[in-house]
Design a protein around this ligand. Structure first.
Ligand SMILES: [Mg+2]
Length: 261
């Protein structure tokens, strides 16, 4: 009988949607925590740091520690650290700066030569920053991106995502990113799973092309919840197939209580 011990869940579209808490899903996560299921939160959003997410989750009634949160900013800076990187030029927001320093990297200004350039969503991006990043990459810096999501869902529509900024640099340099730290690349999931047996892991998300693609690539079971971006009619034409689909997490765990201890 299949049982899951670790849940790796997306945030936007599962825990909240555009700033609004998704109460059914939050209630379900707390029920799972009460059954001793470990929960890790995984997001491609690199604008906030892990401690910031811990605060947000606590305010929503979910007890989490810094180790329970994996962001693409954390994944990118961990990867650079493991490559022996040291000086990084950042196109991004607070989350990337925090994680760079927390992982022993040194964010540098345009006057220094960086060994790695990290690009994430930067809602204050300027021509000058894109120019410096492009020059450094052209001179040999490794080109790392937090994610390649072309858009960012917000309350009243879609804004340009990190991928749209990445594309400017790709066009300017003629170089593709050397490493994408975000979903659906499995590196970020490996950081969450660590030594847990993959058979005991369930990935939960609201997007077929990131969350479900991630699980499929990693060979881990997935649950698509219909509380966010992807709609049921997209399943027919999707190359990525979830193991389960549910309208929300609460109904799922009540339909399949045997899957969770
Ligand atoms: Mg999502």
């Amino acid at each position: 009988m299949k049982k899951y011990r670790l849940i790796v869940t997306d945030l936007d579209g599962v825990v909240w949607r555009g700033g609004k808490p998704l109460k059914q899903n939050i209630m379900a996560l707390n029920q799972l925590i009460a059954r001793d299921i470990k929960i890790k939160y995984l997001t491609n959003n690199a604008t906030k740091s892990r401690p910031e997410y811990v605060e947000i989750l606590r305010k929503l009634g979910l007890q989490a520690s810094i180790d329970d949160v994996i962001t693409s900013a954390y994944a990118a800076t961990r990867w650079i650290r493991e490559q022996g990187g040291r000086f990084v030029f950042i196109v991004g927001e607070a989350g990337l700066y925090y994680e760079a320093v927390a992982n022993g990297l040194i964010p540098v200004s345009q006057d220094m030569i960086a060994d790695h350039v990290i690009v994430g969503l930067d809602r204050h991006v300027t021509y000058s920053k894109v120019k410096v990043a492009s020059r450094m990459i052209s001179r040999g810096a490794v080109f790392v991106v937090a994610n390649t999501d072309s858009t960012l869902p917000v309350e009243d529509g879609l804004d340009p995502g990190a991928g749209s900024i990445v594309e400017m640099i790709v066009r300017a340099t003629g170089r593709k990113p050397d490493f994408n730290a975000g979903k659906p690349n499995t590196w970020i999931l490996d950081l969450a799973i660590k030594s847990t047996n993959k058979e005991e892991v369930l990935v939960i998300g609201d997007r077929l092309d990131t969350d479900i693609a991630l699980g499929n690539r990693a060979g881990v079971d997935t649950l698509l919840v219909l509380t966010g971006t992807s709609k049921p009619d997209e399943l027919e034409s999707s190359p990525y197939m979830p193991t389960y689909v549910a309208k929300d997490l609460y109904s799922f765990i009540n339909d399949y209580p045997e899957l969770f201890g």
